[in-house]
Design a protein around this ligand. Structure first.
Ligand code: HT7
Ligand code: ZN
Length: 851
């Protein structure tokens, strides 16, 4: 298939008014009868009818208004079936097809497949074409009526149930939708049931469908759903619009979850939770993803995307909404810091390498390769900036207008920006560059102080990215404040709008030189460069009124200590260690914030930081520097860390809420530091006594890092050997936390185990993702991390190309390392590229990486 370009978009020449599907399910021979009512948009200029259809569709019959067309006008080439215009009526007609498909052979988990005996579907982005012939594009919308036939007890599809009998069920979805939102599920499932009354008084039945035996782990998901439904009514005025909302869990799933209309399908790891099997992070993520998929009902389903280039229209906005939701449910400050950590770790890294692309790309070969941190997380940041620029009221007006104007539409980024322009009167021409230009802007700030006037000189530059060598200036909202020498705020948060490549701002009549608190709340996804000495950073960590900026000052201190340590400077962390001491002693600071400050930047983050400073990162040296700094912290603050660890012992029943999980986070942060000097004694005891998975996993990670986890790992395997989700953690922690010199060998051993069920995406990710996340091991100097990963990507590619291609991004930073590592990484990538019948997914990824 050729490269797709945004500029080539053309509307589909037919309107669809209804799709009827009659599906008889069988593992190797499922029959799909489709009837599509359609009409040419322009009766005078007849167009050929082009339908997408994968190679696996065995076409039985095809009729138009009940008669077979002249075969001379029917062509099947690649993934497209064409019926010549001459064989089509000029008015409304019904196209009927019958195909047979083989769900059991579907290991790619795209289209209709079987997961542990459950039939389920995944149609986003282009999976529906593996179910039947159809215009598989998001701007073709219609209502669906679906009949499912099977002996399985539960038969589900989108919309409302119409009727059912022995061996069949009929569903009708009254809301026009593109086929990527189609879903069906059939299997032996049980429901955990609830209900919700909408603010206009409609009763909605809620079901979370799980396998028998899992019912006791679905309550949290159900409660999260109810909270999400209430929140979307209260904050965005959005009400649910069907009689029933079904969530189904499956074990084999390529991503986290899918927002099919009225029938969300979830990876079981994002639904099933109990204190004994799930960590606090799992609980937080379940709440967020349940909300995310639910929020798509309006931002994605009622208003969808015109084409896949507009993916961030629904994903960026829905991530932004789920982030707001979590802020409201938990702590806004903590959530903001966590989101920035993810953005820096994943999106900044993406922007620095050969896979950099704008939130709205303008070309792709395989759209599945663009479900990225840039589309999702940067897409959300762009909306956060927009909100800051137009204000909360302007944002609320714009969103109301968006829903009113575009309900039922397949919309574009241009439509989205126009709504903001019309609602607020603001010209967003320059702002649009955030959508069209790739790369992380670097904002450099210098200060000038004279006679009570502080001048800030700002410069913005965005490094070149593939296909975009020159970047014009963007509008960058910089939230800032000024703190006087005594720690009082002399200028509360103010937003500077940087619109030029260079711009200066002045603050006059200041009594004494203040310290500038810049990029408060991380008001723009940029890298800030400024000359700030350690004492000023420590001052901000102690006094800034903005929680994010405060945390960031501490992180800057840690980063500069680690960068210096990695370049061989001894004792570089003194200022950081002292600042953390003051923070720990301050009982007025909440546990969540202290826990965040105690976590050292990841080694990946240090490498990204060094690369941005044009330094070649040395993974082994970064690792050694980080270990040394952790030990310095532990030695300097042992008494207070030990006191925290003892005082925050879990008591009473487990609660996954923000307060209790903050205490556990702080306790575990203390444990991780203490384990550097107590030989793992506390971790050993905690692993054996903890009543919740959060503390058990925290303890286990500490033991793995010390190389003394053998007993704990055996105990965990004995206890949870039949629980897939816990065993995923078991696989993952052994590689992720392993000392770099042993990690690849451990990964190799684990991959040889019979329970390394590698065709299951969660299990594959648990192992391979863990190795990619172990920075010094993946980038081992002998290339063993690269080779092991490449071998497995080559094995996975013919089985599940989406999973292989996504995992290949482990290599996306390869160009920033030394010549020796670069040569080994290139070799590994070239081996993948040379694979016979490499999928389009992996081929695009690898060729972009070695371009
Ligand atoms: N919109 C969905 C994205 C998605 C997906 C989900 C599961 C399997 C394959 C998938 N391809 C794309 C999920 C979301 O962002 O909400
Ligand atoms: Zn989404």
């Amino acid at each position: 298939r050729p490269v797709q370009y945004l500029a080539d978009y053309r509307p589909y020449p037919f309107t669809l008014s209804e799709t009827r599907l009659d599906i008889t399910l069988a593992p190797t021979g499922t029959r799909v009868r489709a009837e599509i009512d359609m009409q040419p948009k322009d009766a005078r200029n007849a167009a050929d009818l082009m339908l997408d259809g994968g190679a696996g569709l065995r076409l039985g019959s095809l009729t138009i208004d009940g008669a077979a067309p002249d075969p001379a006008f029917v062509r099947r080439e690649g993934e497209v079936l064409t019926i010549g215009a001459a064989a089509l009526p000029r008015t409304a007609f019904t196209l009927a097809t019958e195909v047979e498909i083989d769900p059991e052979a579907n290991t790619a988990f795209e289209g209709l497949y079987l997961s542990n005996g459950i039939f389920c579907t995944q149609c986003e982005a282009e999976g529906f074409r593996h179910i039947t012939f159809y215009p598989d594009r998001p701007d073709v919308m219609t209502t669906f009526r679906v009949t499912l036939r099977s002996d399985l007890p539960v038969l589900l599809s989108n919309g409302n149930p119409v009727a059912s009998g022995a061996g069949w069920a009929e569903w009708h979805d009254p809301w026009p939708k593109p086929c990527y939102l189609f879903a069906l599920v059939a299997g032996e499932l049980v429901a955990v049931r609830g209900s919700f009354t909408t603010r206009s008084g409609r009763e909605v039945a809620l079901n979370v469908w799980v396998r028998p035996g899992d019912e006791d782990r679905a309550d949290f998901a159900l409660v999260s759903l109810i909270k999400s439904m209430r929140w979307d009514e209260e904050v965005y005025g959005r009400e649910y619009d069907l009689e029933v909302f079904n969530i189904v869990t499956v074990d084999d799933f390529n991503m986290g979850a899918m927002e099919n209309k009225g029938l969300n399908i979830f990876n079981s790891k994002l639904v099933l939770a109990s204190p004994e099997t799930a960590t606090d992070a799992d609980y937080e993520r379940i709440e967020a993803v349940i909300a995310h998929e639910y929020f798509h009902n309006w931002t994605g389903n009622r208003i969808t995307c015109r084409d896949w280039f507009q993916l961030c229209l629904k994903e960026g906005l829905t991530v932004f909404r789920d982030q707001q939701f979590t802020s409201d449910m938990r702590s806004a400050a903590v959530k903001r810091i966590e989101d920035v950590q993810v953005l820096r770790a994943r999106q900044f890294r993406e922007d620095q390498g050969p896979l950099a692309h704008p939130p709205r790309p303008d070309r792709f070969e395989e759209i599945n390769n663009f479900y990225t941190a840039t589309v999702y997380e940067k897409g959300a940041e762009v909306i956060g900036m927009l909100k800051r620029l137009v204000g909360d009221e302007g944002y609320a007006r714009a969103l109301d207008l968006y829903f009113a104007r575009h309900d039922g539409d397949a919309a574009t980024i241009e439509d989205w920006l126009k709504v903001f322009e019309d609602a607020t009167g603001r010209d967003l021409g320059q702002f649009k560059r955030w959508y069209t230009d790739a790369g992380t802007p670097v904002v450099t700030m210098t200060e000038e102080w004279q006679d009570g006037t502080l001048a800030l000189h700002l410069r913005q530059e965005t490094p070149p990215t593939p296909g975009q060598p020159d970047k014009p200036a963007r509008v960058i909202p910089l939230a800032m404040g000024l703190i006087g020498p005594n720690g009082d705020e002399v200028l509360p948060t103010t937003v500077l709008e940087l619109t030029e490549p260079r711009q200066s701002f002045r603050f006059e009549a200041l009594g004494a030189r203040p310290v500038v608190s810049m990029l408060r709340g991380f008001s723009a996804p940029v890298m800030l460069r400024r000359q700030l000495d350690d004492s000023a950073r420590a001052f901000l960590l102690a006094h800034d009124t903005d929680a994010f900026a405060r945390w960031d000052a501490g992180r800057d201190l840690a980063l500069s200590a680690l960068a210096a340590g990695a370049s061989g400077e001894a004792g570089a962390g003194g200022a950081y260690v002292a600042a953390i001491g003051r923070l720990l002693a301050d009982e007025g600071i909440d546990a969540a914030f202290r826990a965040l400050c105690l976590q050292l930047p990841s080694e990946e983050e240090v490498a990204t930081h060094l690369h941005a400073d044009r330094t070649v990162p040395d993974p082994a040296a970064i690792h050694a520097a980080r270990e040394a700094l952790a030990r310095d912290l532990a030695e300097a603050h042992e008494p207070v860390l030990a006191e925290i660890y003892t005082r925050l012992r879990s008591e009473g029943p487990y609660s996954p809420g923000a307060t209790a999980s903050a205490d556990r986070a702080l306790r575990l942060a203390a444990l991780h530091l203490l384990s550097r000097i107590d030989g793992g004694e506390r971790a050993e005891i905690l692993f054996g006594t903890a009543g919740n998975m959060t503390e058990r996993m925290g303890a286990l990670a500490a033991l793995v890092r010390l190389g003394r986890a053998e007993r704990a790992l055996a105990a965990m395997r004995d206890e949870f050997g039949s629980n897939r989700l816990v065993m995923d953690k078991w696989f993952s922690v052994q590689v992720m936390a392993a000392p770099p010199e042993t990690a690849v060998a451990i990964a190799r051993e684990l991959a040889a185990r019979p329970d390394f069920d590698w065709k299951n995406p969660n299990r594959f990710r648990a192992l391979m993702g863990a190795l990619a996340a172990n920075h010094p091991a993946f980038h081992a100097a002998d290339g063993s991390g690269y080779d092991f990963t490449a071998d497995w990507l080559m094995r996975m590619d013919p089985v599940n190309p989406q999973i292989a291609a996504r995992m290949s991004s482990a290599f996306e930073t390869w160009v920033r390392y030394d010549a020796d590592r670069r040569a080994r990484a290139r070799q590994a990538l070239e081996r993948i590229a040379a694979l016979e019948s490499l999928s389009r997914n992996s081929s695009e990824m690898v060729s972009r990486m070695i371009a």
